[in-house]
Design a protein around this ligand. Structure first.
Ligand code: ZN
Length: 155
């Protein structure tokens, strides 16, 4: 499925506890794909990754790329915190839980970028974007453009 080996993903995320349940998620990050485990038996999505479907108890789970469309479900602003790569508390730093469009209740913890913090609110549509953090792609979200996302980049 992925060209990235287990050894490479372990080497690229030395401070992360990689296991057989979440390794596909981290391999996906290296390919700038947001992968969420989905049950092949009942179609239910699950984040964070677990080895067993919480709906039907099937172990037939596969990582599937999500669309990247979501809405802000929960939002807080951190004014202080431990030093972390790419985190600027002076702005302050938004921490968001977004609900992915694939399934009600399917939520993902992230940050919001390319936005005035004053304009952010619960329910705001957002789309996936990629940052570079600590040498690896990092999934963040930014407010969805009111224009059609299908239009190609202008020249
Ligand atoms: Zn299931």
């Amino acid at each position: 499925m992925s060209a990235i080996s287990d050894e490479e993903v372990l080497a690229r995320f030395p401070r992360t506890a990689i296991d057989h349940d979440n390794k596909h998620y981290y391999k996906g990050l290296l390919e700038r794909k947001l992968l969420v485990n989905r049950c092949r038996a009942c179609g239910s999505w699950r984040q964070p990754p677990r080895p067993i479907c919480s709906d039907c108890w099937s172990t037939d789970i596969e990582p599937v790329e999500v669309s990247g469309r979501a809405v802000i479900h929960l939002l807080i602003f951190l004014h202080q915190g431990p030093p972390a790569p790419g985190v600027d508390y002076s702005t302050p730093y938004p921490v968001a839980v977004v609900e992915l469009e694939e399934q009600e209740g399917l939520r993902f913890s992230t940050t919001i970028v390319n936005a005035d913090p004053q304009t952010l609110r619960i329910g705001l549509p957002v789309t996936l974007t990629w940052l570079e953090r600590d040498g690896n792609p990092f999934p963040a979200f930014s407010p969805a453009s009111p224009a059609s996302p299908a239009s190609p980049a202008s020249v």
